[in-house]
Design a protein around this ligand. Structure first.
Ligand SMILES: CC(C)(COP(=O)(O)OP(=O)(O)OC[C@H]1O[C@@H](n2cnc3c(N)ncnc32)[C@H](O)[C@@H]1OP(=O)(O)O)[C@@H](O)C(=O)NCCC(=O)NCCS
Length: 160
């Protein structure tokens, strides 16, 4: 497995992993308004727009997962279904934590919906702490959408 910054040509693979992983982690656990906003096309558009924030994991020449980091927030952690339960997720999360620290922050945070049990288990096993529920404001086509989520935090080594 290798990690590298996403390139523009990775966008279709990132979008496909994001689209199917988003359903796995969110359907039944988020407001209808957010489900309506996350159309199939929306993942193609955002994968291109967000390429600069994205690190991909490549296994056997194909994108197996990705993370997006913005400031001190780990915004997205997604692994293709075929690569779940392997080292891909932990490797991506460790890289996201390193990036947050390299940007001078002492803590990383992320939002995860209450019903996404697999992701929550993974974060807790990875040393993240659940700070409880808050209103996460997710981007939608017509503005921000309020999504109840848990805020998880982890101390990282800040390297200014
Ligand atoms: C979240 C994600 C990156 C984690 O990667 P992963 O490779 O699946 O993680 P792992 O298999 O190493 O760990 C998952 C843990 O949850 C457990 N688990 C699996 N299915 C579960 C379920 N339905 N409910 C609760 N726990 C579950 C696993 O047994 C494992 O725990 P263990 O290590 O104690 O055995 C990956 O599942 C994914 O991409 N999911 C879809 C996208 C998503 O929801 N991303 C997070 C958005 S915040």
């Amino acid at each position: 497995m290798t990690l590298r910054p996403a390139r523009r040509e990775d966008a279709p693979a990132v979008a496909e992993i994001w689209r199917s992983g988003w359903r796995d982690g969110h359907l039944g656990h988020v407001p209808d308004e957010l489900v309506a906003a996350r159309t199939d096309d929306s993942f193609d558009v955002r994968a291109v727009e967000r390429a600069g924030d994205t690190v991909v994991a490549v296994v056997d020449g194909a994108v197996a997962g990705f993370v997006m980091v913005v400031g001190d927030e780990v915004e997205q952690v997604y692994v293709a279904a075929a690569h779940r339960g392997t080292a891909v997720a932990a490797t991506l999360l460790a890289e996201a934590e390193r990036l947050v620290g390299a940007r001078g922050h002492g803590h990383a945070w992320l939002a995860v919906v209450a019903g996404n049990s697999r992701a929550r288990r993974f974060y807790e096993r990875s040393g993240w702490t659940d700070e409880g529920l808050f209103d996460h404001m997710a981007e939608g086509p017509d503005g921000l959408i309020r999504v109840p989520a848990h805020r998880y935090v982890k101390r990282v080594a800040a390297k200014p």
